[in-house]
Design a binder for this molecule. Structure first.
Ligand SMILES: [Zn+2]
Length: 175
């Protein structure tokens, strides 16, 4: 994987049923990297955000002749639990379906696609930025405040009973 952003002609990609797959590193995704660094600012243990992003993009044409893209993303990232402030793994497995079209053309609606569950519009483009698309989808899928579902570390709390939603603020005051 190069560090260069890469672009596809998404209509041609879909017409030819092309498929690409690969891995990105956080170094390829500076906005996502910044977000993880920001979430780690108050953490106790974390070193640097790390992780990998695997993706597959498949182009296809449906029976109605519409161009579609299927995107699969799997991440294995490290973020910071906002309750115990320790590292926590953030694994995401995401599927997206896009209908390629002219978004300004009101005749095209994602609802017209066969099996139209969760189909998003994607502007027809000869230079669609794949890395930016993948990065956007991960950022939107990330929890605003990541918290361990189990095995959470020592909770920073005043009563010792309920998790303190202001644990992060308390961390700031101490420093
Ligand atoms: Zn935790």
């Amino acid at each position: 994987m190069t560090n260069q952003p890469f672009f596809i002609d998404n209509v041609a990609f879909a017409k030819k049923n092309e498929r690409i797959a690969g891995d990105l590193s956080l170094a390829d995704c500076s906005r996502l990297n910044d977000l993880l660094i920001h979430s780690a600012e108050n953490s106790k243990a974390i070193s640097r955000p790390a992780g990998t992003i695997s993706y597959q993009l498949q182009g296809k044409t449906d029976a109605a002749g519409q161009q579609l893209l299927d995107l699969f993303i799997a991440t294995n990232l490290t973020t910071t639990c906002q309750r115990c402030l320790n590292e926590m793994p953030l694994k995401l497995s995401l599927n997206f379906h896009y209908l390629i079209g002219d978004i300004s053309d009101t005749d095209i609606e994602a609802g017209d696609v066969d099996s139209a569950d969760d189909v998003d519009m994607q502007q027809a483009s000869q230079t669609m930025d794949i890395v930016a698309l993948i990065e956007d989808e991960i950022i939107m899928a990330m929890p605003i405040a990541a918290i361990h579902k189990e095995d959470c570390g020592e909770i920073i709390t005043q009563s010792g009973e309920k998790p303190n939603p202001f644990a992060v603020l308390k961390g700031l005051i101490k420093s």
